[in-house]
Design a protein around this ligand. Structure first.
Ligand SMILES: O=C(O)CCC(=O)C(=O)O
Ligand SMILES: [Fe+2]
Length: 316
């Protein structure tokens, strides 16, 4: 496939696409995956998620682990076609013998007893912690095994957290947040991540499409997230809610502290903290400002879902 890349780099995009199509036609995994990626990105071909989904499916059928992962993401998130949870479970079962992660996902999904499309069967109740700002906690929203799985899945993806410089729009390191971060864009989701995102959507009374990619933060000793609001300056589709799932326990410090009132939350492993960042009319609620206090021993990991007022544009 280096030939196709070289042709594309030389501006001979049509020839590159023709080469990929020929390889894909012969069922070559590399060609199927690259052509799919080009359809996702709209690079050399028109952006076409349905075509990408079909190509990932063919790569999966040809035995590609990467193809199977991406096809699974399409099936569980409804990218490039309808959500097909049953086909996703079939795919996991077909792979479980040779793919430890597929087997692990099935082991976690079984006890969830999910309904159609991966919807949660039952929801634990929410407890009010404060009304101004509006803060709720759902104890045991995820099991310890689910938390461990998400933490381990994120580990190889973790990199120093970045913030966007509002002047240059470049991402850069910043002392406001010195943790490590990783996220799961739609095509990086799998069945377990999707099930958790659907659970968070149900617990917050929102549509799963309103959620930004699940973001994992890892704070080692001394790391923190300084006081901030989660709302986005000048954004029309505002972050109305934040949901934080605590993935680890046994660390010291690291409370989530609402700086205006001093409310400090030490979430237990599997607890989900939910708070509103805006008023009913969508204006930022300054009282929702909060911090992740410095961790003083051990490691704190959380999974954050920033939830917008309206669904985000379809999957990338
Ligand atoms: O680490 C925490 O407790 C807070 C994290 C946070 O503020 C966020 O993810 O938006
Ligand atoms: Fe925050």
């Amino acid at each position: 496939m280096r030939d196709a890349q070289a042709l594309a780099a030389a501006g001979r995009v049509e020839e590159a696409v023709a080469l990929l199509r020929a390889g894909a036609g012969r069922g070559e995994v590399d060609a199927l995956l690259m052509l799919a990626a080009w359809h996702v990105l709209g690079c050399g071909v028109a952006r076409d998620m349905a075509a990408a989904r079909d190509l990932y499916g063919r790569a999966a059928e040809a035995g590609s682990a990467a193809g199977a992962q991406l096809y699974l993401a399409c099936l569980v998130t409804g990218s490039g076609g309808p959500v097909d949870w049953l086909a996703a479970m079939d795919l996991l079962r077909a792979r479980a013998a040779e793919d430890a992660d597929a087997a692990h996902q099935l082991a976690l999904l079984g006890p969830m007893a999910l309904g159609e499309g991966g919807a949660p069967a039952m929801l634990p109740p929410a407890e009010a912690l404060s009304d101004t700002p509006w803060v709720r906690i759902v104890r045991g929203a995820a099991s310890p095994a689910e938390c461990d799985y998400v933490a381990a899945l994120a580990a190889p993806r973790l990199a120093p957290s970045m913030v966007i410089d509002p002047r240059t729009r470049q991402s850069m390191r910043h002392p406001v947040r010195n943790s490590d971060a990783a996220n799961f864009p739609v095509l990086a989701e799998n069945a377990v991540i999707r099930a958790l995102n659907l659970r968070i959507a149900a617990l917050t009374g929102t549509d799963v499409a309103q959620g930004e990619p699940l973001q994992i933060l890892r704070y080692a000793n001394g790391q923190e997230y300084r006081p901030h609001g989660d709302y986005l300056p000048g954004e029309a589709n505002q972050r109305i809610l934040t949901a934080i799932l605590y993935l680890t326990d046994g660390y010291a410090g690291g409370e989530t502290r609402f700086t205006a009132t001093g409310l400090a939350v030490s979430g237990g492993k599997g607890d989900l903290l939910i708070f509103r960042n805006t008023d009913a009319d969508g204006t930022p609620d300054r009282l929702s400002a909060h911090a992740g206090q410095p961790v003083t021993a051990g490691v704190k990991m959380i999974a954050t879902r920033w939830i917008r007022a309206a669904p985000l544009p379809a999957a990338m």
